[in-house]
Design a protein around this ligand. Structure first.
Ligand SMILES: C[S@@+](CC[C@H](N)C(=O)[O-])C[C@H]1O[C@@H](n2cnc3c(N)ncnc32)[C@H](O)[C@@H]1O
Length: 257
């Protein structure tokens, strides 16, 4: 007896994995987070499938339905936006499913952080500039643990990807500046990455809040910040070792320049 948790990807129905799509098409029962998963994707399920939106359900209600259908011998999939491992609230579902004796298989998906980077045509890890990406959120109604305050994380000066923070941009700016970030540090906001109404706003730490407001973006946005997002990155001659002709590695012998 098994529940399949599937990453739907960021919105574009073609961005689900082949494995995820196959399971969705085979499922007798489909539960999905209707606020963020594209209906076009859900419409690829069997015409006979029982399809349920979960945005209005609470945890126990949702898990009871899953357990009931799985125990009745049906194939049940739970479709999550992006990749289920990031802000997917899957752990609490798995805890209850485990108690009910139900196994879980997770099929990963394309997270919005990577769809946003693709939309912005950005590499988040630039050799000699930053080799780290921090995935986090600003603190709002949901607190963040003491050692994960944005100001402390920003003190590493790495690339930072902010989920769930579109209404907290004033706070984000303050935390970055308090961490010593230059006001000109590039920020890219991607609203609804990979959807037909995707919007990309290039801004800076100083203008983040104004530019979000002027573009009417207050939800479904990924905020990518740091010098890896610099529009002028192509003029700066950062190079990886991977393709450096003088660098020897397992697949190629380096030559003296
Ligand atoms: C509950 S979290 C889910 C994240 C999801 N598991 C993922 O991997 O992308 C929802 C947040 O993800 C981001 N998000 C989800 N889909 C997005 C998209 N298509 N474009 C931009 N941001 C998105 C937004 O920051 C949104 O507030």
């Amino acid at each position: 007896m098994k529940l399949y948790i599937i990453g739907a990807g960021p919105g574009d129905p073609d961005l689900i994995t082949v494995k995820g799509l196959k399971l969705l098409q085979e499922a007798d029962v489909v539960l999905y987070a209707d606020s963020l998963v594209n209906e076009e994707l859900i419409n690829k399920s069997k015409p006979t499938a029982e399809v349920m939106k979960t945005a209005g359900m609470h945890l126990d209600e949702m898990v009871d339905i899953m357990v009931d259908r799985i125990q009745a011998g049906l194939k049940v999939v739970r479709v999550h936006t992006g990749d289920p491992a990031v802000y997917g609230a899957i752990m609490e579902q798995m805890t209850l499913l485990k108690k009910a004796g139900i196994e879980v298989e997770i099929v990963p998906g394309v997270s919005s952080v990577f769809a946003a980077a693709a939309a912005a045509q950005a590499e988040l890890t630039i050799p000699d500039l930053t080799q780290t990406v921090i995935l986090t959120r600003a603190e709002g109604r949901t607190p963040v643990p003491e050692f994960e305050k944005l100001r402390d994380l920003a003190s590493h000066h790495s690339t930072i990807a902010l989920f769930l923070s579109a209404t907290l941009t004033k706070k984000v700016m303050k935390e970055f500046i308090d961490a010593g970030w230059n006001k000109d540090t590039p920020v890219i906001v991607v609203y609804k990455a990979s959807w037909p109404d995707e919007q990309i706003v290039r801004t800076t730490v100083e203008h983040l809040d104004d530019d979000m407001r002027n573009n009417g973006i207050r939800k479904q946005a990924m905020i990518l910040a740091g010098w890896a997002l610099d529009e002028k990155i192509h003029d700066k001659n950062y190079r990886s070792k991977l393709y450096d002709q003088s660098f020897t590695h397992g697949f190629r012998r380096g030559v003296k320049p």
